[in-house]
Ligand binder design. Sequence first.
Ligand SMILES: [Cu+2]
Length: 130
Amino acid sequence: MKLSRRSVAFMLLGAGGLRFARPALGQLLARGQDQAPNRRELTIVVKDFGYSAGRIEVMQDDLVKLTVRSEDVAHSFAIDEYRIVKRVPAGGSTTFEFQADRAGTFPFYCNLTSEPGHKMERGELIVRAK
Ligand SMILES: [Cu+2]
């Protein structure tokens, strides 16, 4: 007999009662493809023409909420492959979300040209395949 996720859920409810079924049901549903993605919240500081994290690692399909904060002049944060380009105001921050739906290694950088140092701001986003 092939069990659908729904019928398994009903079996758990029937066997263990709602109180005990909840954690198991949660784990079960977390693996489903139609479920909400894992959320990741990350903050990167940029100053002195460098990002505080040279590498960001997430899992494929994570919903990433990223805050980039400048502790000096205006900067930006760009990931070409994800078509992300965000301004980071001087002394301020920007927060945005994206779903890391493509696995691989993707460079991030600051695309400002007002001073040569911006070119040195580099890092990479690593999205681990599921
Ligand atoms: Cu910059």
